[in-house]
Design a protein around this ligand. Structure first.
Ligand code: CUA
Length: 341
């Protein structure tokens, strides 16, 4: 109302006041040469100077130092996953060593939507575009745990698209790499598949937190309590046997996690290690209130056969970690030299 009345009144007043029948000849203002030269040249110099200052800052952001270690990040509706190329590690948290330049390569699956990778404490942010690779870099100078946000509105659970980044001393990073490799490349054993528990899994000393995996990758559709409340009417309700269209055996859930369900929103999780898939399967199954059929030795052998689970090898060279660190860093330099035709 304020704008409508204000504009209409002003319009009517001007139409009456400046109507043609009242027209007078206006005074003709001549130019002022020096004034015009001044207000042309001064802003031009100022803007040119600002451009070079900005260009320098831009260059600093875009030119990644050659000794950078690469972490590949995939953004999906609604989670982040972190891949350490060269050493074959996938993780749901980002861990980097202190005083090490890190190049973060960002991408999203072609069927996903645009996200934005944002570490507020580091003042770095970059769009994550489906089917493309973008990047940013930083060098952390203090250890600690930092928040990673998605800062591009990407759907229902945009605000839950969070991750943690841990900056740790170099030694601890080496230990973390070794632990993660241990987790990922331990052959799966029958005892894990038939484990009656649903939270703790993994070979000696390496416990996989199944609940945290579930909350990161499954809860946004299937609900925190497995009742499908994340996306009503679409995601499976795991709490009743009616919700299970397929077998609730761990080995069968494993196959769904490995391959997804074609024609549905249920995608595959190729980045989860065999142990992580088994842990997630147990966690998903524990929601079912009624008794589930037990996995047999035969089921296990079939799974091992199907996915070659007895032949899982860390990428070469298998640790030492110093070698792994070298790989992580040099992965970045390789494409640069290969880019020359
Ligand atoms: Cu992803 Cu917002």
């Amino acid at each position: 109302m304020l704008l409508l009345v204000g504009i209409t009144v002003a319009m009517v007043v001007f139409v009456v006041r400046y109507r043609r029948s009242r027209a007078r000849t206006t005074s003709q203002a001549e130019g002022h040469l020096w004034l015009e030269i001044t207000w042309t040249v001064l802003p031009t110099l100022l803007v040119t100077w600002m451009f070079f200052v900005g260009y320098e800052g831009f260059g600093l952001m875009r030119r990644v130092p050659a000794d950078a270690m690469v972490v590949q990040v995939t953004g999906r509706q609604w989670s982040w996953s972190f891949h350490y190329p060269g050493v074959g590690i996938d993780s749901t948290e980002m861990v980097v060593p202190i005083d090490q330049t890190v190049k973060v390569e960002l991408t999203a699956p072609p069927t996903d939507v645009t996200h934005s990778f944002y570490i507020p404490d580091f003042r770095v942010k970059e769009d994550v575009v489906p089917g493309r690779t973008t990047y940013l870099w930083f060098k952390a100078e203090r250890t600690g745990t930092y928040d990673v946000f998605c800062s591009e509105f990407c759907g229902k659970d945009h605000s839950k698209m969070l991750a943690q980044m841990r900056v740790v001393p170099q030694e601890e990073f080496r230990r973390w790499l070794a632990t993660e490799q241990g987790k990922r490349y331990q052959p799966l054993v029958f005892e894990a598949v038939t484990n009656p528990g649903h939270e703790t899994f993994g070979p000696a000393g390496i416990n996989i937190n199944a609940k945290s995996l579930y909350l990161t990758f499954c809860a946004s559709c299937h609900g925190v309590n497995g009742d499908g409340s994340g996306l009503p009417g679409q995601a499976r309700d795991f709490t009743t046997s009616a919700g299970w269209k397929r077998s609730p055996k761990v080995t069968d859930i494993y196959r769904i996690l490995a391959e997804g369900v074609p024609g549905t929103q249920m995608r595959s999780f190729p980045n989860l290690s065999p142990w992580e898939k088994v842990a997630s399967a147990h966690y998903v199954r524990h929601f079912l209130k009624t008794a589930a059929p037990a996995d047999t030795r035969q089921d296990y052998d079939a799974l091992v056969q199907e996915y070659g689970l007895d032949k899982i090898q860390p990428p070469k060279p298998a640790l030492p970690i110093d070698e792994a660190m070298r790989l992580l860093v040099e992965k970045k330099q390789a494409p640069t030299s290969a880019a020359a035709p």
